[in-house]
Design a protein around this ligand. Structure first.
Ligand SMILES: Cc1ncc(COP(=O)(O)O)c(C=O)c1O
Length: 419
């Protein structure tokens, strides 16, 4: 009896100590369930852990030309457009088969004229991939290369544009998933349009959780994919672009299958995708979009991820881990941690032990110091993140690592990040 009273008092104290988290947990209690088949949580920024309902939506077969499937395509396009709050009806949405990279390539090939010139703002692997894509496409470009994670700033963009009138377009990665940094797209957009140029955004890992409303941030086109913050399964991406840019894109693409203008024109005329769509993935995505709305749209999805991030980061810091980024630059999408300096720490062993406890982590991508990443997106809440921290604590103990503090060089590297 006394034990029962103590337990109830303990629960009450916990509830009072973290009212915000508890409110989120209660809200999400209906939605967030552990993976149905007991598979590990994917703490990776896509593919990510999806709901049972999203996976179950794939159990039916669909005719890609059939009116019912055409209605599905129309609904996903219109729901995606709702997220950018395009009240003047200036934008349209074009889904594109393939992984996210296919859509990035399609966007670059379709919106940058062959005689255009691009300023790429690169601070990680996905910025570097944009540069590589432009090489394939034979488009002229210059790069502001900020290394592994330093943010490109509006004043640098303004200076680069003033120095080179040939630049027609600027491309930026919204959340650079390789470090987790949330790039300052609003100030970049201001600099781009003040100089009379056009902005293209790779919002792959951010769209759906971080607002990109057109009334707040100006851009010509942005790209994302099914298996990120909207929590669908992988198989297609989508471009959301100004209709006048879509019209102007006619005949520009180097590629038949990645021609955004042709896909857009065909979809608007027939309601169908030009080539076989990933029907099951598309239907699962509609389920995911409905769940996104039921959760409360971009704001609530972003709030859940921010809570996941806050719970996980404070727990990991409590174990001695240090984040690459200062709080100002952390995104609620994915967080990079330095590997501990202790000689008994080895990432592969840490990864395997964490996986055995039900959590798949992500290796780091920094070139200067060893690191790993933990994603905050997908069907997870603060409770799951507390389990992640407990699993990390147990794993360190099993490995004989008493303290997760990083090497001195990591902190020197981090000190370079101003603000
Ligand atoms: C910002 C960003 N851009 C592009 C991509 C490439 O997407 P995919 O791996 O689906 O081709 C990713 C993947 O995580 C990403 O995070």
């Amino acid at each position: 009896m006394i034990r029962l009273i103590i337990t109830i008092l303990h629960m009450l104290c916990q509830a009072l100590a973290r009212p915000h988290q508890n409110c989120l947990e209660l809200d999400n209690a209906m939605q967030i369930k552990a993976p149905h088949l007991g598979e590990p949580y994917l703490l990776t920024p896509g593919p990510l852990t999806t709901s049972y309902e999203v996976k179950a939506a794939m159990l039916r077969d669909w005719g890609s030309w059939d009116a019912e499937f055409r209605a599905v395509t129309a609904e996903i396009r219109s729901r995606l457009l709702d997220m950018i709050e395009d009240h003047d009806n200036l934008f349209d949405c074009v889904p594109m088969q393939g992984s996210g990279t296919f859509s990035v390539e399609a966007m670059l090939a379709s919106f940058v004229p062959r005689e255009g010139k691009v300023l790429v703002l690169s601070n990680g692997a996905y910025g570097a991939r944009i540069v590589q894509t432009l090489d394939y496409l034979g488009r002229d470009y210059v790069v502001i290369d900020k290394g592994d994670y330093m943010p490109p700033r509006g004043d640098e963009v303004a200076a680069a544009l003033a120095a080179d009138p040939a630049i027609s377009h600027v491309v930026v990665v919204h959340c650079e998933t390789s470090s987790g940094i949330l790039n300052p797209v609003a100030e970049i957009s201001e600099a781009v349009y003040a100089a009379g140029r056009e902005l293209l955004i790779d919002s792959m890992s951010a769209f759906g959780a971080i607002p990109l409303t057109v009334g707040e941030i100006r851009y010509e086109a942005m790209v994302s994919s099914a298996n990120k913050c909207i929590e669908g399964v992988p198989g297609f991406g989508f471009v959301i672009a100004r209709k006048d840019a879509l019209v102007a894109a006619k005949g520009r693409s180097h590629s038949l299958s990645l021609d955004i203008h042709a896909q857009w024109a065909h979809m608007n005329k027939t309601g169908q995708w030009r080539f076989t769509p990933p029907t099951h993935v598309v239907v699962a995505f509609l389920e995911a979009l409905r769940a996104h709305e039921a959760e409360g749209g971009v704001a609530r999805r972003g709030a859940r991820y921010a809570d996941n991030c806050a719970v996980m980061v404070s727990g990991m810091r409590g174990l001695g881990f240090e984040t690459l980024l200062k709080d100002r630059w952390l995104s609620p999408i994915i967080v990079t941690f330095f590997c501990p300096a202790h000689e008994a720490f080895e990432f592969t062993a840490f990864y395997e032990r964490m996986k055995a406890k039900g959590f798949i982590l992500y290796p780091g991508k920094l070139t200067v110091v060893d690191s790993f990443r933990i994603g905050c997106i997908g069907q997870m809440d603060g409770d799951v993140m507390r389990q992640v921290v407990n699993a990390a604590r147990e794993t360190l103990a099993e490995m004989g690592v008493p303290d997760a503090a990083p090497p001195e060089i990591a902190l020197i590297e981090r000190a370079k990040l101003a603000a």
